[in-house]
Design a binder for this molecule. Structure first.
Ligand SMILES: [Zn+2]
Ligand SMILES: [Zn+2]
Length: 386
């Protein structure tokens, strides 16, 4: 696999800038050789790593991810090598079948979480950024030449709840509801949950369901391995004594130790994410208490579908939105407003696959009438600063 790790390209000038456009039409004769056209992943401004010509996208720091993979593979390898044969013969042949199914499911959900775009929102092009700046300036009156205290906040109403959209100084956009800027990957991510070093990626709108499946299946795998290993040791110790049984199968002891120490945190995490899923919240919102009643009696989660089953369905079975990053697309020679497939809706809030982003956004708005129907599939409020 070919890997490429690259430096941050100055904030928003990627495509088309001197370095990024080898095909500048201005001086065709001056170019001795035509370079291969660059793909957009090669000029992606966030701190990400891409493999397989942009098909695989991860965070830049992946050391802990490889540790996770090694821990799962080695522990399961020991299990299949030392415990499985004994248990298949002396207990039931279903043990290796269940083990393989759990292992394959866990690994595929892990890799799907780690290798996919979590829901990164493309940064504004220079034109788009200038457009937003102009809009910010207007409500401010005469802009001071030096510092301009900005009303860099917009408000939208989602299901009767007023939500603030903050301006991201790095991405030069107003973050859509529920989005947040990951300081590790340096990207704004839709329905940002958290950055998970164990999976080597952000967890957001596009990979949360796989992350949740991974945590659940890993918890199951861990309990299963632990139960099998203990059974194996006990069955052996019935024939000899306990110490001898452990000497006969030292791998089982190692597996038991690994499972024992990891199963508690994994079970806790699985429980926590089950709570989040059933209430349609993100880790980010839960930590900040975005929908906590401590913030006021009227504060409630506008994204809740009104029931545990409905929330699970919305989070885990809703339609998957396509990536907003055209990672494998070619960098065009000239930056034009059509560079990205995204468009602005005239308020500085990107329109993409957010579903219906409220259009009546204003800078200072008294509690607005929830005019629009409840067609918001995603969205949120307060976002941590970048
Ligand atoms: Zn951002
Ligand atoms: Zn991240």
């Amino acid at each position: 696999m070919k890997g490429r790790d690259y430096c941050v390209v100055p904030t928003v000038d990627p495509p088309g800038s001197a370095s990024a456009s080898p095909l500048s039409p201005s001086s065709p004769a001056a170019e001795p050789k035509k370079k291969m056209p660059q793909r957009k992943w090669e000029v992606h401004p966030g701190r990400n790593k891409f493999h397989c010509n942009g098909r695989i996208m991860m965070a830049r720091q992946t050391g802990i991810f490889y540790f996770t993979v090694a821990l799962i593979v080695v522990t399961c390898g020991l299990f299949f090598g030392f415990d499985c044969p004994y248990l298949a013969v002396n207990l039931t042949p279903a043990i290796p079948v269940i083990g393989i199914v759990l292992f394959v499911f866990t690994m595929s959900t892990l890799l799907r979480t780690s290798f996919s775009d979590p829901g990164v929102i493309p940064r504004a092009t220079p034109d788009e950024a200038a457009d937003i700046e102009r809009q910010i300036e207007v409500p401010n009156g005469q802009p001071s030449p030096s510092y301009r205290p900005p009303p860099r906040q917009k408000e939208v109403v989602v299901n009767g709840q007023t939500i603030k959209l903050k301006y991201c100084f790095t991405c030069k956009i107003f973050r859509p509801p529920r989005a947040s800027h990951c300081s590790i990957c340096d990207n704004c991510v839709e329905r940002f949950d958290h950055h998970c070093p164990w999976v080597g990626n952000c967890v957001g709108k596009r990979n949360y369901r796989y992350f949740y499946m991974f945590i659940l299946s890993l918890a199951l795998l861990c309990v299963f391995l632990f139960a099998c290993v203990i059974t194996h040791i006990i069955m052996r110790s019935q024939k000899a004594n306990f110490l001898k049984a452990m000497q006969q199968s030292p791998a089982s002891v190692l597996e038991a130790v690994v499972c024992f120490f990891s199963v508690w945190s994994i079970l806790g995490l699985a429980g926590f994410h089950t709570y989040l899923t059933t209430s349609n919240q993100t880790t980010n919102e839960d930590i900040k208490g975005s929908w906590s009643s401590k913030r006021g009696r009227d504060n409630y989660n506008p994204y809740s579908q009104g029931g545990i089953v409905k929330n699970c369905f919305a989070v885990l079975c809703g339609p998957t939105t396509p990536s907003l990053l055209d990672r494998r697309g070619l960098v065009e020679p000239d930056p034009t407003p059509q560079q990205y497939t995204m468009q602005m809706n005239g308020t500085g809030v990107r329109l993409g696959n957010y579903g219906a982003i409220p259009t009546q956004t204003t800078t200072v708005q008294p509690p607005a009438q929830p005019q629009q129907e409840t067609s918001e599939p995603s969205p949120n409020e307060e976002i941590p600063s970048s």
